[in-house]
Design a protein around this ligand. Structure first.
Ligand SMILES: CC(C)(COP(=O)(O)OP(=O)(O)OC[C@H]1O[C@@H](n2cnc3c(N)ncnc32)[C@H](O)[C@@H]1OP(=O)(O)O)[C@@H](O)C(=O)NCCC(=O)NCCS
Length: 264
């Protein structure tokens, strides 16, 4: 199955300023990745994620599916992509509504049970803030598709976190994905970029990331105080946080959008 694995590091034909590197070919790769992720995702997601044993396992079990984008002039890693092979024998329309959480845990469980993976799931994809808006995400998406094709997976799937949804936390995701910009394309830039590049919209995974933590976790990671039980809009949260003071608990259940790229 791995006969045609793409060889990285690899230059980008269309742009000699950047190159891709594999997790194994760069020292301190994981530190660079964590640095990019810390600047790309809200702290309440990152603290949950980086300490997550699954994230560590992903890098040790599937190093060939973890890559970075290097700016050649500075030799700095400016973007990263992480994928996990997943066993899935049902139609993509039936992908679980636990999105991102499901992709990671099912991919890792598949490896330990030695189940043959059939699709490739994107776990994260991020560009350092000062390098955004230059079209670099295309190199990451292209490479993920190349990985999926080379390993003969039937599709690349992504549980997409729409990049402007945090400004509209009260708009239901069902409504948000219908919104259009003036030119008639998807209102959200990240959803739009994927659709323009040929992704198919499968639907909403309404429990893609679930974080249930004590109130002090939320106070520390959002720099807010939660004096009473209720719903709170939190910085960079794409839906409100639900606080239950009696249980000393906050629950954040993030919906994402299932997209797929065919490989054939
Ligand atoms: C999502 C992400 C990887 C896109 O990377 P990027 O290199 O900026 O992507 P592009 O340059 O190709 O831009 C993609 C679209 O976003 C738009 N865009 C980029 N930066 C923007 C900004 N600050 N505000 C509004 N739109 C922006 C671009 O104009 C483009 O839309 P358009 O060309 O159709 O109008 C990057 O924003 C990121 O790392 N975000 C944080 C992590 C994240 O949410 N990852 C996605 C998880 S599924």
């Amino acid at each position: 199955m791995l006969m045609n694995s793409p060889k990285i590091p690899k230059t980008i034909a269309a742009d000699p300023h950047y190159r891709l590197v594999s997790c194994e070919s760069r020292e301190f790769f994981l530190q660079d990745v964590n640095d990019i992720l810390t600047q790309s995702y809200p702290r309440f997601l990152m603290e949950d994620f980086i300490c997550f044993q699954e994230w560590i396992d992903l890098y040790s079990l599937y190093p060939e599916f973890q890559f970075g984008l290097i700016e050649i002039a500075s030799q700095k890693m400016i973007a990263q992509g992480s994928c996990v092979p997943i066993p899935w024998d049902r139609p993509l329309e039936e992908l679980p509504n636990t999105g991102c959480d499901w992709a990671l845990t099912t991919g890792l469980a598949g490896k330990s049970k030695n189940t043959k993976p059939t699709i490739l799931g994107a776990v994260s994809l991020a560009v350092l803030p000062q390098y955004r808006g230059r079209g670099l995400s295309k190199y990451l998406l292209d490479y993920m598709q190349e990985l999926a094709r080379s390993y003969q997976f039937s599709a690349l799937i992504l549980a997409v976190r729409p990049t402007l949804k945090h400004l509209y936390p009260l708009t239901p995701m069902e409504r948000y994905i219908q919104l259009k910009n003036g030119a008639g394309f998807a209102f959200d830039p990240w959803l739009r970029t994927n659709l323009k590049q040929g992704a198919k919209l499968i639907g909403i995974c309404d429990r893609s990331t679930t974080i249930v933590e004590p109130i002090f976790y939320w106070e520390r990671t959002t720099q807010m105080r939660f004096p009473e039980t209720g719903s709170y809009i939190i910085p960079s949260g794409i839906v409100p946080l639900e606080i239950d003071c009696n249980e000393n608990q906050g629950s954040y259940i993030e919906p994402n959008i299932w997209l797929s790229y065919a490989t054939a």
